[in-house]
Design a protein around this ligand. Structure first.
Ligand code: 5AD
Ligand code: SF4
Length: 462
């Protein structure tokens, strides 16, 4: 063990990266690395990158420009600043990164984080290293687990990766190439991690994976367990009051998972279920393997199981060949489902994916116009959903102090931020809040006398 050195980790992209960044910090802690929020103080900077859209990768390169200047400043002070690039850009671009950004000392692919201490030591000794192999062993077996204090400091909610990679090959998406084939962690390992989190005070766990509902990890009985079975098992652990999972593919919303939303009070009535498009023609070109009717059917089965289910989605506008009519079908789907929120993106051709070579790429102006209209429709949905919460009493898990003195912030079952005036001693607790007002994103309210039995019905009506 060496003396204390400072580590700055910056995460781009999805929750998977946030989780991986924490595991990297945990793995480097025994090497004497202490996390800092100030990159200019750091001895090691890790950029944990995202490659999903072109802009995401470009952001990394512009960030690397800033990092180069920090490195020069450190070296003028007689310090050596190491710069590492991890995550999907690292996996996809490999050696190209050190050619474009020579300040980078280490490029480490998403499957190799457990080797970080050795890789950093080698980079210090030998100079630049690129390690983007896909080893066959389970990186989670080797990654350090955080201590109780570190877990506690991260709060009352936590992500746990249960599944990685994707075999779906949507024709716009790089994930199957950057994160590799779909793999699921064993139930016992996940259980041990969740028990440890609960012991450190975590009350809400979100199971994450690129295609989380395709989960099929080995159970203690030696059989493959479904996500529903895993959730049922985790819901019994003491201390775990809330469970969520993300991100799901409509094709894998199996009957038992839908039933789990009816049967497990700990499973929150909220689901991120990307539709991508409302047009069957475009869904087929995207190789989504579901139709609009399949999607609508899944949503109505979910709402039958759990009438107050809040749905969110991702949409892509301007996929090659998307006509005005196809786009109108997407707007129609948004109106029909009545989302609690959604992300929307302009299609970004990713080299190596089938979509990038398709004819009839949509021009930028049309993409921008459609994105704007779609975002307006989504905002209307979201505002309508939030408005329906006014007057309701919701259970809220309080996570942290609010922006103003005397305020605390938590999340409703539907994942909306909820702000109230209440003592900080409530952080970490679940309490009933009567909603009195809504802002653009958050709900406002006051502690309720007794919990309401009335769920907030989602559904169309934006
Ligand atoms: N262009 C635009 N959006 C994309 N996404 C994935 N790949 C692309 C791409 N090439 C979006 C999808 C996915 C979300 C994480 O990012 O909507 O669900
Ligand atoms: Fe990408 Fe499609 Fe897999 Fe989601 S399901 S990660 S969009 S290939």
């Amino acid at each position: 063990m060496t003396g204390s050195r400072k580590l700055y980790v910056k995460s781009f992209g999805c929750q998977m990266n946030v989780y991986d960044s924490q595991r990297m910090a945990d793995t480097l802690a025994p090497e004497g690395y202490v996390e800092t929020a100030a990159p200019e103080d750091a001895d090691l900077i890790i950029l944990n990158t995202c490659h999903i859209r072109e802009k995401a990768a470009e952001k990394v390169y512009s960030e690397l420009g800033r990092m180069r200047r920090l490195k020069e400043a450190a070296s003028a002070d007689g310090r050596n600043l190491l710069i590492a690039v991890a995550g999907c850009v690292a996996q996809a671009e490999g050696g190209e990164i050190v050619r474009r950004a020579p300040a980078v000392d280490l490029v480490v692919g998403s499957q190799n984080y457990h080797r970080l201490p050795q890789l950093i030591a080698r980079a210090e000794r030998e100079g630049r290293i690129v390690d983007t192999e896909f080893p066959l062993d389970d990186k989670f077996d080797h990654l350090a687990v955080p201590g109780r204090a570190a877990t506690r400091a991260r709060g009352v909610t936590a992500f746990v990766t249960v599944q990685e990679g994707c075999d779906k090959f949507c024709s716009f998406c790089v994930v199957p190439y950057t994160r590799g084939a779909e793999t699921s962690r064993a139930v016992e390992k996940i259980t041990a991690e969740v028990e440890r989190l609960a012991d450190a005070g975590v009350r809400e766990v979100t199971l994450i994976g690129q295609n989380v509902n395709a989960y099929h990890g080995e159970g203690p009985d030696g059989r493959a367990w479904s996500l529903a079975k895993l959730l049922t098992h985790l819901a019994r652990l003491s201390g775990i009051e809330r469970l969520r999972y993300t991100t799901s593919h409509p094709l894998d919303m199996s009957e038992d998972l839908i039933a789990a939303h009816r049967d497990l009070p700990a499973l929150m009535p909220q689901l991120h279920l990307p539709a991508q498009s409302g047009s069957d023609r475009i869904l087929a070109a995207m190789n989504r393997r579901h139709t609009r009717a399949d999607y609508v059917r899944v949503v109505s089965r979910l709402r039958k199981a759990r009438p107050d289910m809040a749905l969110t989605s991702d949409f892509i506008v301007g996929f090659p060949g998307e006509s005005d009519n196809d786009f109108a079908a997407t707007l129609g789907l948004v109106g029909e489902i009545g989302y609690a929120g959604a992300f929307s993106f302009k299609y970004s051709p990713r080299p190596g994916t089938p979509g990038a070579d398709m004819d009839a790429q949509v021009d930028e102006a049309a993409k921008s116009g459609r994105l704007h209209r779609l975002q307006e429709a989504i905002d209307r949905n979201q505002a309508a959903f939030n408005r329906r919460c006014i007057g309701r009493t919701l259970s809220v898990l309080f996570e942290k102090p609010g922006r103003h003195d005397g305020q605390i912030v938590g999340r409703s079952p539907y994942l909306q931020p909820v702000q109230i005036e209440a003592p900080a001693s409530l952080i970490g607790e679940i309490a009933a809040v009567t909603v009195t007002d809504v802002g653009s994103n958050s709900l406002f309210g006051a502690l309720a006398q007794k919990p309401s039995q009335v769920p907030v019905l989602a559904g169309a009506g934006a």
